[in-house]
Design a protein around this ligand. Structure first.
Ligand SMILES: Cc1ncc(C[n+]2csc(CCOP(=O)(O)OP(=O)(O)O)c2C)c(N)n1
Ligand SMILES: [Mg+2]
Length: 331
């Protein structure tokens, strides 16, 4: 099947997925060296839904992530230097080295931030959309959250409010089947998380998260509705994570088999699937893709060199950029 998207866009989609995969491969290595403090939640296997959704947005649209969110700012177009520096807790990181892996934000590409509190991004995304609407901007807000987050109260409150006020939000549930080691089937009785949209009288759409073009199409329609003042959409991307919940967490929980992981990796990998489609159906040469792989690897080397050669923040900086500091500035 041919795609109507321009060739440059297809290649950029491939590049961003590869960037996420290789960035996280490198982050894992660096974490093993002890150079990254704290935990690390990677999105290996989920790159298709991340990039497909982000690339349906404009640069000035908003995006809110969660704890598994290195890929989200990369998908939105963030440069790697500041992200890698943030992971290594350096002053040149996107949050001054004080946020780390679970708190990336890059306002220059509309990436508003992430937190480790499951479900907390949902009202934040609704709030950003409300702000855009009140200011008369035609921006939309994309919110990524997991299947586990869809059982939090913030899911109901945030989506209900957005539906009442017809806010320009796309709620994108990344259903990777598990919350740490708990299968979604044991915590939700609906067949699809998207079925819950009926409770808010908004559209609910299920899409194959391993198919970047399918996600892009579905989210593009949700963006069109949102921009036209027709309100929010709940999109559920069925996807899978290859790694354990976080580095050092989950291996021994026994909630899934190695065969299950292997099945997804070998038959449903979003990058492999897209690679094959580009070369077999869209006239892209294999050499062009390998060239992109090389370029991305270089970008990651450069980002890591940049991070390693950057200073740590000064201890006094612990008191800057925090709420009380802002209050003190106003007072
Ligand atoms: C409010 C809250 N409850 C519990 C946790 C512990 N916790 C961290 S991640 C996670 C699972 C989240 O699962 P899901 O939303 O499906 O996202 P995924 O990790 O699968 O991407 C849990 C329970 C937390 N951080 N915050
Ligand atoms: Mg999950």
């Amino acid at each position: 099947m041919k795609s109507n998207l321009p060739r440059e866009m297809l290649l950029e989609m491939y590049r961003r997925m590869r960037r996420i995969r290789l960035f996280e491969d490198r982050a894992e290595e660096v974490h093993r060296n002890g150079e990254i403090p704290g935990s690390l939640h990677t999105s290996h296997g989920q790159e298709g839904e991340i990039v497909g959704a982000c690339m349906a947005l404009r640069l000035d649209d908003y995006m809110v992530g969660n704890h598994r969110s290195h890929g989200h700012p990369i998908g939105k177009g963030a440069k790697l230097d500041g992200l890698m520096a943030e992971l290594l807790a350096r002053k040149t990181g996107v949050c001054g080295g004080k946020g780390g892996s679970m708190h990336l934000a890059d306002f220059s590409v509309g990436s508003l931030g992430e937190t480790s509190i499951v479900g907390s991004g949902i009202p934040v995304a609704a709030g950003a959309a409300l702000g855009a609407k009140m200011k008369g901007l035609d921006r939309v807000s994309l919110c990524f959250f997991g299947d586990g987050a869809s059982n939090e109260g913030t899911f109901h409150e945030g989506i209900n409010m957005a539906a009442n006020w017809k806010l320009p939000v796309i709620f994108l549930c990344e259903n990777n089947g598990y919350a740490v080691g708990t299968p979604i089937g044991t915590t939700a009785q609906v067949q699809n998380i998207a079925d819950r949209a009926v409770a808010y009288a908004i559209p609910g759409v299920v899409v194959d998260g391993q198919d970047i073009l399918a996600v892009h199409e579905v989210v593009s329609e949700a963006v069109r509705r949102a921009r036209a003042g027709e309100g929010p959409t709940l999109v559920e991307a069925k996807t899978y994570r290859y790694r354990e919940h976080a580095v050092n967490l989950g291996r021994d929980l026994g909630y899934r088999t190695d065969e299950e992981i292997e099945e997804w990796r070998s038959t449903r990998d979003p990058i492999d699937l897209f690679d094959r489609r580009l070369t077999s159906e869209m006239g892209i040469k294999e050499a062009e893709l390998r060239q992109i792989d090389e370029e991305v690897l270089k970008e990651i080397d450069t980002a890591l060199d940049f991070a390693r050669s950057s200073p740590f923040p000064d201890p006094e900086e612990a008191f800057t950029d925090v709420y009380c500091d802002r209050l003190a500035a106003i007072a």
